[in-house]
Design a protein around this ligand. Structure first.
Ligand SMILES: Cc1cc2nc3c(=O)[nH]c(=O)nc-3n(C[C@H](O)[C@H](O)[C@H](O)COP(=O)(O)O)c2cc1C
Length: 129
């Protein structure tokens, strides 16, 4: 059984704002997610991290434990956690390069109060693009 979990968190320091911080996260994620058969996409915007993860329950739970210990972000809030019939992402870790455009398409919600429904719409729009 496959699951999709989407969470939002608050970036700490330069996380998501500097190219180096993003490259460091993408590098380790690419390696680990490939190993764990996790597909995923992340968006950094205005001090927020929005991250969708797909995979087996045990692999998602193990990744979430590591993510909760990572001081580069804080206040992780799970928006979606549900079984899925098939994956929507095809890469171990994809980066959304145009977060503003994506958010505008769903009516520019406040990141602080974004809902699971809105997060899923972002995933749908991104993958349809
Ligand atoms: C916003 C954000 C997203 C991350 N996404 C992933 C991920 O998809 N996969 C992953 O293995 N690590 C991810 N990390 C890094 C993990 O928190 C952790 O540092 C890493 O998995 C540790 O890997 P290691 O045990 O191989 O050193 C992310 C970190 C942040 C801040």
């Amino acid at each position: 059984m496959l699951y999709r979990l989407i969470y939002i968190s608050e970036a700490v320091g330069s996380t998501g704002a500097s190219t180096l911080s993003i490259a460091q996260i993408l590098g380790i994620s690419e390696r680990n997610n490939r190993r764990d058969h996790i597909t995923s996409g992340v968006m950094f915007h205005d001090g927020w991290c929005l991250h969708a993860i797909e995979g087996a329950r045990v692999d998602i739970d193990r990744l979430m434990r590591r993510l909760r210990e990572d001081r580069r972000h804080t206040n992780i809030r799970v928006l979606v956690d549900k079984p899925i019939a098939e994956r929507r992402f095809c890469e171990p870790m994809g980066l959304c390069h145009d977060p503003l455009a994506m958010l505008r398409m769903i009516g520019s919600p406040e990141m602080a109060s974004i809902t699971g429904y809105e997060a899923e719409r972002i995933v749908d729009i991104r993958l349809a693009a």
